[in-house]
Design a protein around this ligand. Structure first.
Ligand SMILES: [Ca+2]
Length: 520
C-alpha cells in the first residue's frame, strides 16, 4: 500500500508550510518573510478544530449558470440523484454567493479575492478580448501544488485565453483538459469557427459530448492518481450553460417536458449529475472517498433573460445552435429568488452549494451568508498551503461554520462592486446600488424577504448609510474594469460599439465571436 498524502495534522500543517517557505525563501527579504508569517497566522486564526490525519483530496465541481431551484434536492422535477446524495450526506450552504457571471466567479474561486481586485468585476472575457486573470495573483492551484498536491483541471476555464500565460497549465494546474473561452458547442467544441478544446496545450478535434468527456477525463485522473500525493481536481462543467444541447439518451429521460429548451436544459443537468456519480464512484473504488472533500457549486444563478443566457450572436444563430431567441424565456428557474444571471439580486448571485466530506463534516444546513472567496482560505487551512503575502484574501476560513454550524466568519460580504453598480450584505441586510443615472438604492431584509420584493431603504436610513459606506470603501479599492477598458476594440461591422443605440445585433454576428487563441 503506497504511503498516502503526507501525514500532516492541522496543528502542524502551517509549521510545515512555514518550514518549507523558509527553505524555499532563504535569502528573501525579512519583510517578505514576516508577511508570509502574517498570512500563516491569519490562516491559523480560525475557530473550529480541523480533523487530524492526512490532508484531504479536494474535488471542486463547478456548474455553470445553474438555476437555484434546478436540482432534485431543491424540489425540482429535474433528476439529480448523485448531487442529492452529496447534499443529504453533506453540508448544504443556503446563502452562498457566487458572482453575477462566469469570469468574476471563477476569479473569486481561484484567488480567494474579490474580482474587483483583478479588474475582472464587470461581465466576462469575450473571445476577442486579450486580458485574463493577472498573473501576479496566486491561484488556489498554485498554492496546492506548492503544498505538495497533484493539481488537475477538466472543463471550462474562462480566466484568459489570448496569451498562454493565462492558461490553466501556467496558473498552477499540472494537467488541463477542456476549453478556454466562455462557451463552445457541446459536440464540436467550436466557437467562432475555431476548435477550443485541448489537452495540455495541444488543440484537437474530439467526438463526444462535453459533459461526458470531462467526466471521462476526471475518472481517468482519479484512477491513475499516484496516492503518495493528495489530489486537487477542479471539474468545471459547461453544463447547463447555453447552447442548450444534449445527446438523445439524456433527452429521452424527460419525455413529459414539452418546452424544448427546458427539456434540453434538464437533460444537461442530468448529464452533469451522471458525471458527479461517476467521479464519486471512482473515488470510492480508488479508496480515496473517505479522505476527499467535495465542493459542488455554480458560478452564478440561472439566466432569466435571453441576453445573458448565451453569448451574443445573430438571431438566426441563436435559434439554430441551442441558444435562446431574444424575448424568449430561458429555461432556468431560480425559484422564488429575484432576478437571474447578470443581476445583483439573489437569483443572479446566490448559488446552490454543497460541501461533503464523509465522517468529517456531519450533514447540516447553513443559512448564514458565505462567499466564493471563502473557498481558498478554507481549503488551504486544511491542506497546509498558503496564499500570497502581496495579495491578502478577502475570504475567510469557514471551516467552523461547515463543521460546527458556527456563525459566518464574514463581517460583511461584498456581493460585487463595479464602476456602475454594487451590492453588499451584512447579516440579513442587503444593499443594492445602481449608480448609472438616475441611480437607485435598495435595501432588503433577506430573513423576512428572500425574494427582495420590499425595498426598505426609506425605513432604515442608518442601515443604508452603514452599508453604503462599506460598499464605497470597497469601490475605492477596485481596479479599473478590464471589460470596460477593452470596449474601444469592440466595434461591430457597422463601426459602432455596443453602446450605440442603433447597434445591430443581427449584423452578421458580433466581432467578439472571433476568438483570439494562439494555437500552442
Ligand atoms: Ca456562468
Amino acid at each position: 500500500m503506497p504511503k498516502e498524502a503526507g501525514d500532516v495534522r492541522d496543528s502542524s500543517a502551517s509549521e510545515f508550510a512555514l518550514d518549507r517557505r523558509n527553505i524555499l525563501m532563504s535569502g528573501a527579504s525579512l519583510l517578505a518573510l514576516s508577511a508570509t508569517g502574517a498570512a500563516i497566522a491569519q490562516a491559523q486564526e480560525s475557530n473550529g478544530a480541523r480533523p487530524a490525519g492526512r490532508r484531504p483530496n479536494i474535488v471542486i465541481i463547478l456548474a455553470d449558470d445553474l438555476g437555484n431551484a434546478d436540482l432534485g434536492y431543491r424540489g425540482s422535477d429535474i433528476k439529480t440523484p448523485n448531487i442529492d446524495k452529496l447534499a443529504k450526506e453533506g453540508v448544504c450552504l443556503e446563502s452562498f454567493y457566487g458572482q453575477p457571471v462566469c469570469t468574476p466567479a471563477r476569479a473569486a474561486l481561484m484567488t480567494g479575492r474579490y474580482p474587483m481586485r483583478h479588474g475582472l468585476q464587470t461581465l466576462v472575457i469575450f473571445p476577442s478580448h486579450t486580458y485574463g486573470l493577472p498573473t501576479d495573483e496566486r491561484t488556489l492551484a498554485q498554492a496546492l501544488k506548492d503544498a505538495g498536491y497533484r493539481t488537475a483541471m477538466v472543463g471550462k476555464w474562462h480566466l484568459g485565453h489570448a496569451n498562454q500565460k493565462y492558461w490553466p497549465q501556467n496558473r498552477g494546474f499540472e494537467h488541463f483538459y477542456g476549453n478556454l473561452v466562455g462557451e463552445v458547442d457541446y459536440f464540436t467544441k467550436e466557437r467562432g469557427g475555431l476548435v477550443d478544446w485541448q489537452r495540455n496545450g495541444k488543440f484537437f478535434k474530439e467526438d463526444g459530448y462535453f459533459t461526458t468527456l470531462i467526466g471521462n477525463e476526471a475518472v481517468g485522473l482519479i484512477e491513475s492518481h499516484d496516492t503518495s500525493k493528495p489530489l486537487f481536481l477542479y471539474v468545471a462543467s459547461l453544463a447547463p450553460h447555453a447552447p442548450f444541447q444534449a445527446p438523445q439518451d439524456l433527452l429521452d429521460r424527460y419525455p413529459s417536458i414539452e418546452n424544448k429548451n427546458r427539456r434540453t436544459y434538464a437533460a444537461m443537468i442530468s448529464g452533469l449529475d451522471d458525471q458527479v456519480g461517476r467521479i464519486v464512484a471512482a473515488l470510492e473504488k480508488k479508496g480515496l472517498r473517505d479522505n476527499t472533500i467535495i465542493i459542488f457549486t455554480s458560478d452564478n444563478g440561472g439566466a432569466t433573460s435571453a441576453l445573458t443566457a448565451t453569448g451574443a450572436r445573430s438571431e438566426e444563430e441563436r435559434k439554430e445552435s441551442g441558444g435562446v431567441a431574444l424575448g424568449e424565456k430561458p429555461p432556468a428557474s431560480n425559484g422564488n429568488l429575484r432576478g437571474g444571471k447578470g443581476t445583483l439580486h439573489e437569483g443572479g448571485v446566490r448559488v446552490p452549494t454543497i460541501v461533503n466530506w464523509p465522517g468529517k463534516l456531519a450533514p447540516r444546513t447553513v443559512n448564514g451568508p458565505l462567499h466564493m472567496v471563502n473557498a481558498m482560505p478554507t481549503l488551504l487551512a486544511l491542506a497546509g498551503g498558503n496564499g500570497s503575502p502581496d495579495h491578502p484574501f478577502d475570504g475567510k476560513d469557514m471551516w467552523a461554520t461547515l463543521a460546527e454550524g458556527a456563525p459566518s466568519p464574514n463581517d460583511d460580504i461584498l456581493i460585487n462592486v463595479e464602476p456602475v453598480r454594487g451590492a453588499i450584505r451584512k447579516g440579513n441586510w442587503k444593499l443594492v446600488k445602481i449608480a448609472t443615472l438616475p441611480g437607485k438604492t435598495e435595501l432588503f431584509d433577506l430573513a423576512k424577504d428572500p425574494g427582495e420584493q420590499n425595498d426598505l431603504a426609506g425605513d432604515h436610513p442608518e442601515i443604508v448609510a452603514d452599508l453604503e459606506a462599506r460598499l464605497m470603501a470597497y469601490a475605492k479599492e477596485q481596479k479599473p474594469a478590464e471589460w470596460i477598458k477593452a470596449q474601444p476594440q469592440f466595434l461591430g461591422a457597422q463601426g459602432k460599439t455596443v453602446f450605440d443605440p442603433d447597434f445591430d445585433i443581427d449584423d452578421g454576428g458580433l466581432p467578439h465571436e472571433k476568438p483570439v487563441i494562439p494555437q500552442g
